[in-house]
Write a protein that binds this ligand. Structure first.
Ligand SMILES: [Zn+2]
Length: 256
């Protein structure tokens, strides 16, 4: 048996016997759905200078640039469908095998696959919010309006043009409640599967450490090596969808 198969079988055993398993996902989770990793070469951030939150708040030019970039990225989000990896994780939640999902992703694909307990550390593109009155809007009509008028849409409630995606911008702090709930989940789990994250962006990247200190096993599934590989109980560097379906199949064999 290949080493990788052996590792997958071992992880399947851990998942089958876990009291509280948690899944933590990063950009690599969604690349198989056609959403580029924004940090990778060719990604949005390699071609465009990101708009920082304080610039967004004070400058109409910055808000226009923000919408220009959002409209570009939105095309990828609109086309994307959950992949077999998302579907496997959704199935695990339905069957009570995992306590929840913590994600750095903003694409909402875990929820679309059927997960209910999802903590979105960096927010979501599924809503546009008004910074001034917190009114929430469906993104598609506003993006269409922007594309037609080439102008930042105004809030229907208060008239403000400080309308942004419900995502965490550069220079904006993470939502405190989501972060606290995620830390709590990490502290209470006995198995953490870190999937598709390079584990470098803090505080999200600190979650595996929190889980490990509380006695949880750490499994890292990522295409490239991460800084935390040495701390992990198992590391699998293969395509995510394939690995997760492999773990799932192996677990079902065990449970038969
Ligand atoms: Zn408003």
């Amino acid at each position: 048996m290949a080493i990788q198969d052996y590792t997958i079988e071992r992880v399947a055993q851990w998942l089958a016997s876990a009291r509280s398993a948690v899944v933590f996902t990063g950009a690599g989770m969604s690349t198989e759905s056609g959403i580029p990793d924004f940090r990778s070469p060719g990604g949005v951030w390699s071609q465009n200078k990101p708009v920082y939150y304080d610039e967004f708040l004070r400058s109409a030019d910055a808000r226009f640039e923000y919408w220009r970039q959002k409209a570009l990225a939105a095309a990828d989000f609109e086309r994307a469908e959950p992949n077999v990896g998302h579907q496997t994780i959704a199935r695990w939640e339905r069957e009570g095998r995992i306590a929840g999902v913590i994600t750095q992703n903003i694409d909402g694909l875990h929820q679309r696959a059927g997960n209910r307990c999802v903590h979105e550390l960096h927010g979501t593109v599924r809503w546009i919010v008004c910074v001034d009155c917190q009114a929430k809007y469906e993104p598609l009509p506003l993006l269409a309006w922007y594309r037609e008028h080439q102008q930042v849409p105004a809030c229907e409630e208060c008239g403000s043009d400080r309308m942004k995606s419900a995502t965490v911008s550069f220079g904006q702090s993470l939502p405190a409640e989501t972060l606290e709930a995620s830390l709590e989940l990490a502290r209470q789990c006995d198995l953490l599967l870190a999937i598709g994250s390079s584990l470098v962006v803090y505080p999200a990247a600190g979650l595996p450490e929190v889980a490990r200190r509380a006695g949880a096993k750490l499994v890292i599934i990522n295409r490239d090596p991460t800084d935390q590989d040495e701390l992990a109980d198992a590391v699998i560097a293969e395509p995510i969808g394939q690995v997760l379906t492999g773990i799932d199949a192996s677990m079902r064999q065990l449970l038969r």
